[in-house]
Ligand binder design. Structure first.
Ligand SMILES: [Zn+2]
Length: 309
């Protein structure tokens, strides 16, 4: 059965045409009458709360806001044929009314609002947050240390010293639904909210396949051996730069030996108890957040969409 669970930032199709062939013309497009700008503050997008539901606040580029942002805005692409840009301002002191925004609009943390946006708008906001966060954290060249400047509409940075080009990073993470027949392997990190258990996950390393990374991470964290691995679905996760690659994996062993530096707890949960966890009525276990792909993977397994074979 194919995977049908919704995934925040991934499902529903983006409304954005990235129009990469227009990136070199970003300066002229920004000056056009049709241009619209999404402003963020410390990575929090401006949200219009005045309509029927929260929407991204798109406005004509304001010279004062552009000056405050410092660097040229990123050309995201086209929506409904109109050029769309994004710029990040320094973090505001607090979420709330901001003098730079019209009445009824606020800068709001993306995770707290994504579920109320249309899937297409959530995807655009994730794109803006991800690429702007990369700019903010890469002001200098990793080869020679000289300052870098945005280039190609904001989709790379060019070093003013050695000329090196640097591209926005995406860090691949594997997250896996490890099953042993009618049981699924869950774990928890000590820093998580009380009661929360979720799928195991970890960053991929250079030279690894997705399948290798799944087997290594599960072995490192629990000493459970994994056989077959099947990719299911992925989630852009711009907090700050991850791509969560969801897999289903077949356990070949069942004894768990924790790596205490990674996990505080791990255990096998029977499929019969999973519905109670996901519906928030399990006596001991909390459910992963609605916006987490772990929840989508678990829901898929419960629906018979994610067995490893
Ligand atoms: Zn350099």
């Amino acid at each position: 059965m194919s995977f049908s669970q919704p995934i925040t930032f991934a499902t529903g199709g983006t409304t954005l045409d990235r129009a990469a062939h227009l990136r070199r013309e970003a300066g002229a497009l920004l000056a056009s009458a049709e241009a619209r700008l999404l402003v963020l503050a410390g990575g929090r997008p401006a949200i219009d709360l005045d309509g029927e539901g929260p929407r991204l606040l798109w406005r004509a580029p304001d010279p004062g806001v552009l000056a405050e942002a410092g660097e040229a805005p990123v050309f995201l692409g086209l929506i409904d044929g109109a050029p769309r840009f994004a710029a990040d301002l320094p973090p505001s002191a607090a979420e709330g009314p901001d003098p730079r925004l019209p009445e009824g609009a606020k800068f709001i943390d993306l995770r707290s609002i994504a579920g109320q946006l249309t899937p297409g708008e959530a995807s655009v906001a994730a794109t803006a947050k991800g690429v702007l966060g990369w700019h903010e954290s890469h002001p200098r060249c990793s080869r020679c240390g000289a300052p870098t400047v945005p280039d190609d509409g904001g989709w790379r940075r060019r070093c003013g010293g050695c000329g090196a080009l640097h591209f926005p990073r995406t860090d691949p993470v594997v997250i896996m639904l490890v099953t042993d027949g009618e049981r699924v392997l869950l774990g928890r990190q000590a820093s998580w909210p009380s009661g929360l258990h979720s799928c195991l996950a970890g960053f991929m390393e250079p030279g690894e396949t997705i399948e290798d990374a799944v087997r290594r991470e599960v072995w490192e964290e629990t000493r459970v051996r994994v056989g077959r691995v099947r990719y299911l679905a992925c989630q852009p996760w711009p907090f700050p730069t991850s791509l969560m690659m969801g897999c289903t994996a077949e356990a070949l062993s069942e004894e768990i030996t924790l790596d205490p530096t990674e996990l505080e707890d791990a255990f096998w949960l029977p499929r019969a108890e999973l519905a109670a966890v996901l519906e928030g009525r399990h006596p001991r276990l909390g459910s992963p957040r609605v916006d987490a792909i772990a929840r989508s993977l678990l829901a898929a397994w419960l629906a018979g969409e994610a067995d490893p074979v």
